[in-house]
Design a protein around this ligand. Structure first.
Ligand SMILES: [Zn+2]
Length: 466
C-alpha cells in the first residue's frame, strides 16, 4: 500500500491525498482547491500530481472548497469513477461547486478583459457543465456504517462536527485472510458544543492516520459564547444606538449558526422587534440544505424543532435573494441586522453594506470569523482610522465588535482529545497535513509527548510505502 500527498502538504488549502492499495486500486482522499497566493503554488490548481484517469474512486470528507473545489476539474480531466461522501456533503457540494464555477468563469472573464497585450488568455478552471457531470458521480452513505468500495476495501464516515455533513473517514483494507489494516483520515476536526451540529466522533483504532493541523499549535478558542452575548451586541447596536448591525458571515455554516441563534432568542421572546436580513443567495440555498438535513443536527436542535419546526426562520427575518433588494438595504436607515457574505469582507454584497455604513458612528460591525490579514476584514480587525473600499478612502466611524468563539476548527487541545482514544501500540504513524510548517512542528512535538510513536510532516508530492 502507498500514500502520496498531492495537496495541503505544509500548507492549509488544496487537500488531496492519493492512497494506492496493494491490488492497484487508487483512492483519492479529497480534491480541494488551493486558495492562497503563494508563487510556488501558482499552477497547483491547473495540474494534478497524478493522472486523473488512473484514479478509481474519490472519498470526500466535507464540502468546503479547499477539500472539494477541484472535483469538477478532476472529472473534466478524465476521472471516471465514483465519489463517496455523506448525503449532506453531496448536497452542499452541489451549490458550492456551482458557485465556484461561476467565480472561475467570472475571474477568467475579467482577467481576459484587462489582460495586457501579448499575455495568453486565461481559461476558467471548470464550467457549470463540469459541476453537473461531477454531481452525477456521487454515491452517498450515512454516518457510522461500512460501505464497500472495492473487493478489498470498505469505508466509514463519522461525524466530524465541523460543517454540515462533515466527516472523518476510516478505511478497512483487507491485509490477509485474518487481518485488516485501518487507515484513518481526519478531514477537518470540528469542535464540541457548537450550535446545530453534533460533537466530533472519534475514529476506530487505526494503523495509520492522516491528521489535519490547521490550529494544532494554538489554544485560541474561547468557549463557545451563547446567545446572550449576541443579544447584548444587538441591544446596544440596534436599540440603544438605533443603528444598523452588520454581520459578515460565510454563506455556509456561520450564517446558519447566527440565524439559528436569533431564532432561539426570538422564540424565547428576547429578541427586539427589529428586522433581520440574510443578504446572500448562496446562504439562502445553503439554509435550504440545512433544513433538509436534520439527520446531521445535535439532539438539542432536533428537540427544539418540536416547538419550532423552522429553526432558521422567524417573523422578522427576511431572506434577500435579488440584487435590487440588496441595494435597497444599503440605503435602509432604520435599526436592523444585516447578515451577508463574504465572511472576510473581501468581496460580495457585505462589502457594499460596509461601504455605506462605515462612516456613521451609529452603526456597528460584528466580526464573527477569522479574516486573512490582507482582506478588508483583516484590516478592520485592526480598527484603523481609515480604509479604502472600492478605491474610495472611508473614515472608520462605526463601532467594531468581535466574537471569536465561532471557529469551526478544533484547537490544539481539541485535536489531541480527538486522537486520544487511539491505541498507541497499533497506530504506527500519523501524517500531519493541512497546516503551516511552523505550526506542524509544534503539533508533532506535542503528539510525541503524548506517546504517539511516529509523526511525519510530508512535503508536497512525497510518497510513503505503508
Ligand atoms: Zn473545512
Amino acid at each position: 500500500m502507498k500514500i502520496k500527498f498531492c495537496g495541503a502538504a505544509q500548507t492549509v488549502t488544496g487537500s488531496a491525498h492519493l492512497l494506492t492499495l496493494d491490488n492497484g486500486f487508487k483512492i483519492l482522499l479529497d480534491c480541494g482547491l488551493y486558495q492562497g497566493n503563494s508563487k510556488e503554488m501558482k499552477d497547483f490548481n491547473e495540474k494534478f500530481l497524478f493522472s486523473p484517469d488512473e484514479v478509481d474512486a474519490v472519498v470526500l470528507s466535507h464540502a468546503h472548497i479547499d477539500h472539494a473545489g477541484r472535483l469538477p476539474k478532476l472529472v473534466k480531466d478524465g476521472f471516471n469513477g465514483r465519489i463517496y461522501s455523506t448525503h449532506a456533503t453531496r448536497d452542499l457540494s452541489a451549490i458550492m461547486l456551482m458557485d465556484s464555477a461561476h467565480i472561475q468563469e467570472r475571474d477568467a472573464y475579467y482577467y481576459n478583459k484587462n489582460r495586457k497585450k501579448g499575455k495568453p488568455k486565461k481559461e476558467a478552471l471548470y464550467a457549470p457543465e463540469d459541476v453537473s457531470k461531477t454531481l452525477e458521480e456521487f454515491v452517498c452513505c450515512g454516518y457510522n456504517r461500512w460501505l464497500k468500495i472495492n473487493e478489498e476495501c470498505e469505508v466509514m464516515f463519522r461525524d466530524a462536527g465541523h460543517i454540515l455533513g462533515s466527516s472523518n473517514v476510516t478505511f478497512k483494507i483487507k491485509k490477509d485472510n485474518y487481518h485488516d489494516t485501518y487507515f484513518g483520515f481526519t478531514g477537518d476536526i470540528g469542535r464540541p458544543e457548537r450550535p446545530i451540529l453534533r460533537n466530533p466522533r472519534q475514529m476506530p483504532d487505526c494503523d495509520y492516520i492522516i491528521c489535519e493541523s490547521t490550529y494544532g499549535s494554538k489554544l485560541h478558542n474561547s468557549a463557545p459564547e451563547d446567545e446572550e452575548r449576541l443579544l447584548e451586541v444587538i441591544q446596544k447596536a440596534c436599540i440603544e444606538k438605533k443603528g444598523k448591525l452588520i454581520i459578515p458571515a460565510f454563506s455556509v455554516g456561520r450564517t446558519q449558526e447566527i440565524v439559528h441563534m436569533l431564532d432561539r432568542l426570538e422564540t424565547a421572546g428576547k429578541l427586539p422587534k427589529i428586522p433581520a436580513f440574510v443578504d446572500s443567495p448562496l446562504a439562502i440555498d445553503a439554509t435550504d440544505i440545512f433544513r433538509a438535513h436534520p439527520d446531521c443536527f445535535d439532539a438539542e436542535t432536533v428537540r427544539y424543532m418540536v416547538t419550532d419546526p423552522n429553526p432558521f426562520g422567524f417573523k422578522n427575518l427576511h431572506y434577500v435573494r435579488d440584487l435590487d433588494g440588496s441595494k435597497r438595504l444599503n440605503s435602509y436607515k432604520d435599526p436592523c441586522i444585516v447578515i451577508s457574505a463574504s465572511g472576510m469582507m473581501s468581496a460580495g454584497r457585505v462589502k457594499h453594506h460596509i461601504f455605506h455604513a462605515i462612516e456613521d458612528p451609529k452603526n456597528t460591525l460584528l466580526i464573527v470569523g477569522y479574516c486573512a490579514p490582507n482582506t478588508l476584514g483583516g484590516r478592520l480587525r485592526q480598527r484603523p482610522e481609515t480604509v479604502k473600499i472600492f478605491g474610495e478612502k472611508k473614515e472608520v466611524n462605526f463601532e467594531i465588535v468581535m466574537m471569536d468563539s465561532f471557529s469551526a476548527h478544533g484547537d490544539q487541545k481539541e485535536m489531541i482529545d480527538f486522537l486520544d482514544n487511539q491505541n498507541r501500540k497499533k497506530l504506527k504513524k500519523i501524517f500531519l497535513v493541512h497546516g503551516d510548517i511552523e505550526r506542524q512542528e509544534v503539533v508533532k512535538e506535542k503528539l510525541l509527548e503524548k506517546d504517539f510513536r511516529s509523526v511525519e510532516i510530508p512535503a508536497l508530492g512525497e510518497s510513503f510505502k505503508l
